[in-house]
Design a binder for this molecule. Structure first.
Ligand code: SF4
Length: 98
């Protein structure tokens, strides 16, 4: 069967914390988005929103990244868990920096 992940199984529960969008400098794949302070040039800090959300690049789309690069290595649930682990690490890093 061709297609994306079965979202009925598990969805990527983004809390819109903005940590990934404020730390694009940390990954080679997202560094091109850096506005110069580590945050994405498309991130609106005040509203905590992506200003190009419907047109955001593939690297910002969890489901698209899964289809393109990770579906042979991981199940969808495993991939979601890996992404959530990165969210957790970013959260820990930020709280330690405060
Ligand atoms: S393009 Fe949008 S979703 Fe991607 S890092 Fe920038 S603000 Fe975040």
């Amino acid at each position: 069967m061709v297609g994306g992940p079965d979202l009925a199984v598990k969805t990527f529960s983004c809390t819109q914390c903005g940590l990934c969008c404020r730390n694009v400098h940390l990954a080679e794949e997202t560094r091109f988005l850096d506005r110069g302070n580590g945050a994405c040039r498309h991130y609106n800090e005040a509203q905590k929103l992506c200003t190009i959300y419907s047109h955001r690049p593939d690297i910002c789309r969890v489901d698209r990244q899964y289809e393109l690069n990770y579906s042979k290595q991981y199940s969808w649930d495993e991939f979601v868990d890996l992404n959530l682990q990165v969210c957790h690490i970013l959260g820990q890093t930020e709280s330690q920096a405060l």
